[in-house]
Ligand binder design. Structure first.
Ligand code: AMP
Ligand code: ZN
Length: 490
């Protein structure tokens, strides 16, 4: 397949260098909060890539890190009065639940930063030996940009005029601060730290990905991926840290997913247009529709998220499912219709060709929906034969190996999201429509509670108990007190 390569600035063929498995590293989540739809756009596009590679016969060895120590985590954990381990555990679990909800396949290897401190320390030692790292008075270690003339080759940054020895020690920074960056930060009082051969401290964010990528994929590997915000400084720094000690090309191919916007604007909490996956589920949107919406725009195009788009994706999923059901459940005369055989063959070839061309998911969808229209018309006219059904189902199954929206697990995902909302006091965010679907509106509960009080007054205890049990099944407990009857959600 051909995939755009940020490093070369052109479309390159993506193949495993060892002829066996494509070794790829994709930057994973920083587990300091729930994942938002921008994050999941990136993880979903990487999922599309790995599924497509496998579908076309390429094995993958895919590593994803979990950043469970960084500036933000330390700040948030301190504010919550928790250790960073306790703080990140819940968000890490939530992240994996969200991956499952979106049917994102697990990478072969998942690596937590805090479990690879020795590898990071060793890398700093190698960098120091190579003259590319130095320690400052407070005990922190920095990467010396001047030691790596190739710095800027990924982001195509012009570094002339850069001040030698100027330093930056925050994990994330803007484009105008190409400075010596922190590899290892000396322990500050009260912060989580590790006692190591290079001193007591904690790793900088960039170091972790170099150390873990090389641990699991070797010093040189096939592909590195992430969102476009990571090109600079994160990926540029990964290259500098790795190539300064190995003198080998770190990753041959770099894939960057363009950012997601909401209604044409940057998604941000202060703008009120910020959505986690869970926000959308509680609004009543289906996980399958969210998946389809987030993958249907090719990864190098800006994706503008809108609720209209989500409705469109919901309808598209319904059409696919209804169509497949019609094929599976219908009875058709033996034989084949040559026109449909041809249409199925073309759809298969066209969707594969579209994905092989820089993962063009939009162009991959089109021939499948064309096939759906042609087959529906043929079924209406009684011209679809058993042999056509088999051929078309084969195409659908193949396509769904990448898109994965046909099997209906949406109710289960929504149920789990509602359970989470109940446990975390978020029932107020749940869309009324969804509550009605689940039979859980406040009004409905009020009405049942009133009916139960009436039943008791009339000494109809059987009915009263029945209502209490029904509500208990739905997680609502009734409390009788002197002041009357109250209810609450468990
Ligand atoms: P983080 O958890 O912030 O480290 O991000 C995890 C992944 O999501 C990284 O690959 C980011 O580049 C990516 N990402 C963050 N925001 C967006 C966005 N708005 N659109 C697309 N990808 C994003
Ligand atoms: Zn990374």
């Amino acid at each position: 397949m051909r995939l755009f390569n940020t490093l070369t600035g052109q479309m390159d063929t993506l193949t495993p260098a060892d002829g066996e498995a494509l070794r790829m590293y994709a930057c994973g989540p920083t587990v300091y909060d729930y994942g938002h739809i921008g994050n999941f756009r990136t993880f979903l596009q990487v999922d599309v890539l790995r599924r497509f590679l496998k579908l076309t016969g390429t094995k993958v060895r895919h590593v994803m890190n979990v950043t469970d120590v960084d500036d933000k985590i330390i700040r948030n954990a301190a504010a919550a009065g928790m250790t960073i381990g306790a703080y990140t555990a819940g968000f890490e679990q939530a992240f994996f639940e969200d991956l499952d909800a979106l049917r994102i396949e697990r990478p072969e290897i998942i690596a937590r930063a805090t479990e690879h401190i020795p590898q990071m320390v060793e890398l700093v030692q190698r960098l120091a030996k190579a003259g590319a790292a130095y320690q400052t008075e407070d005990g922190s270690w920095y990467f010396r940009l001047a030691a790596f003339p190739d710095y800027g080759k990924l982001s195509k940054k012009d570094l002339s005029g850069m001040e030698d020895g100027a330093r930056v020690d925050v994990d994330e920074y803007e484009k105008d601060s190409a400075r010596d960056f922190a590899l290892w930060k000396a322990a500050k009082p009260g912060e989580t730290s590790w006692d190591t051969a290079i001193g007591r401290g904690r790793p900088g964010w960039h170091l972790e990905c170099s150390a873990m990528a090389m641990e699991y994929l070797g010093e040189s590997f096939d592909l590195h991926a992430g969102g476009e915000d990571l090109i600079f400084p994160h990926h540029e720094n990964e290259i500098a840290q790795s190539e300064s000690v190995t003198h080998k090309m770190f990753a041959r191919h770099w894939m960057h997913v363009r950012f997601l916007l909401v209604d044409g604007r940057k998604m941000s909490k202060s703008e009120g247009n910020f959505y986690t996956l869970r926000d959308l589920l509680l609004k009543g949107y289906k996980a399958s529709a969210i998946r389809l919406a987030l993958i249907s725009v090719p990864y190098r195009h800006q994706f503008n998220f809108t609720f209209d788009g989500l409705v469109e994706a919901t309808n598209a999923v319904d059409r696919l499912r209804t169509f497949r059901k019609r094929l599976v459940e219908g009875s058709f005369a033996e034989g084949e219709n040559p026109a449909l055989q041809e249409a199925a063959k073309n759809a298969q070839e066209e969707y594969i060709a579209a994905l092989a061309n820089d993962l063009n998911t939009a162009e991959a969808r089109a021939p499948i929906f064309e096939l759906l229209r042609a087959a529906n018309t043929a079924m209406d006219q009684g011209q679809l034969k058993a042999g056509d059904r088999d051929a078309i189902l084969k195409v659908l199954t193949s396509f769904d190996g990448v898109f994965d929206v046909m099997e209906d697990r949406d109710a289960e995902v929504t149920r789990k999201a509602l359970e989470w909302a109940e446990q975390t006091d978020r029932m107020g965010q749940v869309a009324t429509e969804l509550l009605v679907r689940q039979g859980l509106t406040d009004e409905a509960i009020d009405a049942l509670v009133t009916e139960r009080t009436e039943a008791k007054k009339q000494r109809n205890f059987a009915r009263a108990d029945q209502i209490r049990n029904e509500l208990a099944d739905k997680g609502v407990v009734i409390e009788d007190s002197k002041d009357g009857v109250r209810w609450k959600r468990k």
